[in-house]
Design a protein around this ligand. Structure first.
Ligand code: DON
Length: 607
């Protein structure tokens, strides 16, 4: 073992960059010209949708082109993250002898800067951590909480009707108490090897000296326009004529550098007292609404939850339990498919079966899943007999249309029908270190640029819009995912790890994508396990699935070839953009293989 590690360390010094877009730092003008050329090349290579047409305020995390990147195995350690600079910062920590949690923290802080639309210290996330030394899996909940004084009518108009989502997102109503820094600090305390303060050095350096604005950041800003943002954000993201920062423009964020320096020194305490806390409270305030208080900031704690693991084929698939619906819903879908032969490559019959399993599982998810510290989430939803009975409802010859929720064995009270709306700003980081530890972190500020309110250099989330806006359904039954003080909104985030029959780590994966995250993760799992695809092919594969509505086939992707067969089975077909960000690492006998979602700007970097 020692010899093996030594060998890996030797290889580690050489290093391999598998993929990624690099934006050079130069003079402003040169960069803008170079940037325009790069953007054109990026889009031409894209094979994809008309980018500007895709951008709208209703769908803020639109696709910004596709690129395919090669996969090659590395021996020792790997990071897959949504931006090359974040992956590099993480790799630096791994090379310095850090663990997967050290690397994840460095990547997260850089992502806050270079992919500000998706995640950051103003948000929350869920982390799976595989501790190779103890051979144990931890699942940690760093989800935002509702302020203690928040009530079920938070998203209702005076007449009792729900507020429209666009009218809630950019307001103080939507902002939850951030959880990502407390969570990362807690896990680092147990598993970190590099000193906490050092993990912030790459992000502080980039925030102070600047980074090149990426195509995706530029396009999302252009699509959203300056009026969507508060003053701090507007001044940072737009020039004084209202133009979004140009592609390749070197952007510095001294306010974020200052904030990160304080967190590097004082940890999450920097966010719950002093000037940053004061700024958060002021930026989140909204007349007449119970918004974040100092007590809320001080009361926040991340929570270690029990992992949700289900058998699928010869593997064990492990994910995040409530308040995320991810682990349980992915588990239920796979449980319903366990007895089905899905063939050895993508095919219409298998896609039909998967869609039907998804409909049944989303019906249950929508009714039963929420923060289990507040409502009773029936564990029977994953009971093998219950799933076998539900699987009988799947007809290979025709669609069931819309599925109804079932009655799991341990049900105590039936909650009302949910009406929450989730819109696409999230990022997924997968890491395996030289010791065999792994991190699967899905991190978010909810929709693109969160609440669009910037404070001390970072954006505050709009996570509370993941609650059901209606506290009771039409029959007067309380909805499980209604707003309550201190509660965490239901999530779809599905950081996942797969273990083989001997209990060895086999894959690390996850994705952004709002309530479609579950579809993306199921697609990738089936692609790798049933269809034997490598992680790059699994991530790039055209997306399909259903959230108990129409059968969704990714716009412009090769899955459209299955449309007529699915229509013949009675499916109503929708062709939305499906902007996943599936970041995968597979452990193979030849080494670690990365999968980077071609729909975003990520990179897999390993040694
Ligand atoms: O927690 C959730 O499920 C959502 N707030 C995640 C949002 C998201 O993934 C947006 N991604 N593009």
């Amino acid at each position: 073992m020692i010899a093996y590690i030594t060998l890996l360390k030797v290889i580690a010094n050489k290093g391999t960059i598998l993929s990624g877009t690099s934006i050079l730092h130069h003079t402003r003008r040169l960069l803008i010209v170079a940037g325009t050329v790069m953007l054109t090349a990026f889009l031409l290579s894209a094979n994809i949708h008309p980018v500007h047409a895709q951008l709208s305020r209703a769908a803020p995390e639109a696709p910004t082109g596709q690129a395919t990147r090669p996969a090659a195995p590395v021996r020792s350690q790997m990071v897959v993250a949504a931006h090359p600079l974040a992956a590099r910062a993480a790799r630096q920590m791994l090379r310095d002898g850090g663990t997967a949690i050290d690397a994840a923290i460095a990547a997260q802080m850089v992502l806050n800067l270079v992919e500000p639309q998706s995640s950051g210290i103003g948000g929350g996330g869920f982390l799976l951590y595989w501790d190779a030394f103890q051979q144990q899996l931890l699942t940690v909940d760093g989800r935002e909480t509702a302020p203690a004084e928040a009530g079920p009518d938070r998203f209702l108009n005076d007449d009792g009707t729900p507020i429209r989502w666009p009218d809630a997102v950019g307001t103080g109503r939507s902002i939850g108490v951030p959880g990502i820094v407390p969570m990362l600090e807690a896990v680092h305390g147990e598993f970190g090897r590099i000193e906490w303060g050092e993990l912030f050095a790459p992000a502080i350096d980039l925030a102070s000296n600047g980074f090149g604005v990426s195509p995706r950041l530029n396009l999302l800003l252009t699509g959203m326009g300056p009026d969507a943002f508060n003053e701090d954000a507007r001044n940072y993201f737009f020039d004084n004529t209202g133009e979004a920062r140009a592609l390749g423009e070197v952007l510095k964020n001294p306010a974020l550098a200052r904030t990160l320096k304080q967190i590097a020194t004082s940890g999450h305490r920097a966010l719950r007292s002093g000037p940053i806390a004061k700024n958060i409270i002021a930026a989140a305030s909204e007349p007449g609404v119970a918004t974040i208080t100092l007590n809320d900031l001080r009361a926040y704690e991340s929570i270690q939850r029990r992992p949700v693991c289900v058998p699928y084929r010869s593997y064990s698939i492990c994910g995040m339990g409530p308040p995320s619906s991810g682990g349980m819903t992915v588990g239920a879908i796979l449980g319903l498919l366990e007895a089905s032969d899905l063939g050895d490559q993508p095919n219409a019959a298998a896609i039909h079966m998967i869609i039907e399993a998804e409909k049944l599982s989303y019906a249950d998810r929508n009714r039963y899943m929420a923060d289990s510290d507040f409502v009773d989430v029936p564990a029977g939803l994953l009971d093998p007999d219950y799933l076998e009975e539900r699987a009988q409802m799947i007809d290979p010859a025709q669609t069931m249309g819309r599925a109804e929720p079932g009655t799991p064995p341990d049900l105590e009270t039936t909650p009302g029908t949910d009406a929450s709306d989730e819109n696409p700003g999230t990022s997924h980081i997968s890491i395996i270190d030289q010791f065999g530890n792994a991190a699967s972190l899905t991190t978010t500020i909810e929709s693109a640029f969160g609440s669009r309110r910037m404070v001390s250099g970072f954006l505050l989330n709009n996570e509370l819009t993941d609650f059901s806006f209606r506290p009771v359904d039409e029959g007067g039954r309380p909805v499980a995912n209604r707003v309550e003080g201190g509660k965490r909104p239901r999530s779809s985030m599905s950081p996942t790890m797969v273990f083989d029959a001997d209990g060895n780590l086999w894959a690390v994966l996850g994705s952004p994508g709002g309530s479609r995250i579950i579809l993306y993760v199921v697609k990738a799992l089936v692609a790798m396990i049933d269809w034997n695809m490598d992680p790059q092919a699994a991530s790039a594969l055209g997306t399909f699935g259903s959230r108990n509505g129409p059968a969704e086939l990714e716009h412009g992707a090769d899955m459209d070839r299955f449309a007529s067969e699915l229509e013949a089975l009675g499916h109503e077909i929708a062709r939305p953009s499906m902007t996943s960000g599936l970041h995968i690492i597979r452990v193979t006998p030849d080494g670690l293989l990365g999968g980077v979602d071609p729909r975003r700007e990520g990179a897999a970097i390993g040694d």
